[in-house]
Design a protein around this ligand. Structure first.
Ligand SMILES: Nc1nc2c(ncn2[C@@H]2O[C@H](COP(=O)(O)OP(=O)(O)OP(=O)(O)O)[C@@H](O)[C@H]2O)c(=O)[nH]1
Ligand SMILES: [K+]
Ligand SMILES: [Mg+2]
Length: 379
């Protein structure tokens, strides 16, 4: 059995030797068409061999896999998902202190590589992942580990090569959809309560456009749910939505930002059209164009808020922000500070956008706003 790692090292040394031999002939030689195929040949050979490194070894479960079980850290996790060589590692190395190897051959990245993006007082874990290929959801090219790493994230950054065909995006969405990830969607507004007896009770809050009792009845029977209560509140709900409700434990609803990289190689009108698409950002890591704007979009899509704490009689501590999710209550803030805090909670004083008057005395149910100052008073 050929040792793939040794083979790869051999090719890399060969490419370095030929590269250095050419380099004193200046870059003209390297880019001379006669020499291009040799270098690209090396790239292709490397990519093929490295892809084999990604193939799950016999018996390797679809679980962690080497280097994939990076523990979640910081205030949120963003997974970089995309085909090989779209620029995921280049992007990670630009926005975090971590250097993730980038190269022209595919499958440069073979494991999950975490970096930390510090933004707005928050620590956001950015996870660089190997490129995924068609059939990833069936486990091709370690796709299952890459996709399950994406499933653990708070935001998926789908990195696309702006110069490649548009189908890349649909292919990636299909791979993620196949494992139960629903991008930029809310869970369907359908109530399902499984019962022990009493048969199926199916009601529609408003006349449905794509469903009827018979469809619901057949799906329930397929899933052997013979006693239940179903209330369809959303008139646009589809049969797939209803199946998602039945399979809710295997569904993950994740926001996704589509980031088209390499815009240095596309026309301005195409770029203009790309930039207008929803949930989309454009950048060129090569030219350092749009990278900061993508970071700001990440912050927005994560819908995080910064809170500052204040002790009685002291100035608020603005040096250290407490990062909480949007739609957080004082109770969530207590839980984030310390899990026992709410047991001794008496009331809180709030300064900022969520206070009707400043300061406002509030209870655990009060919803906080970005940049509020909160002082928790114990019994
Ligand atoms: N023209 C251009 N090339 C870029 C840009 N960003 C990255 N590249 C190049 O694209 C190639 C692939 O970059 P990587 O960062 O390795 O891509 P990747 O998605 O991490 O690749 P894999 O780890 O193999 O999946 C490298 O040669 C980069 O220099 C860009 O904005 N424009
Ligand atoms: K690459
Ligand atoms: Mg990479």
């Amino acid at each position: 059995m050929v040792n793939i790692t040794e083979k790869i090292k051999e090719i890399e040394d060969e490419m370095r030797r030929t590269q250095s031999k050419w380099s004193h002939l200046k870059c003209l030689a390297i880019n001379h068409p006669a020499n291009m195929p040799r270098r690209e040949q090396g790239d292709r050979k490397l990519a093929r061999l490295r892809a084999q490194l990604l193939e799950p070894t016999a018996g390797a479960g679809s679980g962690g896999g080497a280097g994939f079980d990076v523990s979640k850290s910081g205030d949120a996790r963003v997974a970089l998902v995309g085909f090989p060589s779209v620029g995921k590692s280049t992007f990670l190395s630009k926005i975090t202190k971590t250097k993730s190897e980038a190269a022209s051959y595919s499958f440069t990245t073979l494991t999950a590589i975490p970096g930390v993006l510090e933004y707005g007082g928050a620590e956001i874990q950015i996870l660089d992942l190997p490129g995924i290929i068609e059939g990833a959801s069936e486990g091709k090219g370690r796709g299952r580990q890459v996709i399950s790493a994406a499933k653990t994230s708070d935001l998926i950054l789908m990195v696309l090569d702006a110069t490649k065909r548009a189908e890349q995006r649909a292919l990636l969405e299909a791979e993620l959809d196949a494992v139960g990830i629903r991008l930029n969607k809310e869970p369907p507004n359908i109530y399902l309560k499984v019962k022990k007896a009493g048969g199926m009770k199916i009601t529609f809050q408003t006349p449905p456009k794509n469903l009827d009792e018979k469809i619901i009845y057949n799906v329930l029977r397929d899933y052997k749910i013979l006693n239940c209560e179903v209330l369809v509140r959303d008139e646009n709900a589809t049969i797939d939505d209803f199946i998602d409700v039945i399979m809710k434990d295997h569904r993950k609803y994740i926001r996704c930002l589509y980031v088209y990289n390499k815009i240095d190689s596309v026309s301005l009108e195409f770029l203009d059209q790309l930039a207008r698409e929803p949930h989309t950002a454009v950048m060129s890591c090569e030219l350092d164009l749009g990278v900061q704007e993508v970071v700001e979009r990440i912050w927005k899509e994560l819908r995080l808020m910064r809170l500052y704490t204040k002790r009685k009689g002291e100035e608020p501590d603005f040096s250290e922000a407490l990062i909480v999710r949007q739609d957080s209550s004082i109770e969530d803030v207590c839980d984030q500070i310390h899990r026992t805090l709410k047991e001794t909670f008496k009331y809180a004083m709030v300064w900022g956008a969520s206070a009707r008057h400043v300061p406002q005395r509030v209870g655990l149910g009060h919803m906080v706003a970005d940049e509020d100052v909160v002082s928790i008073v114990a019994k």
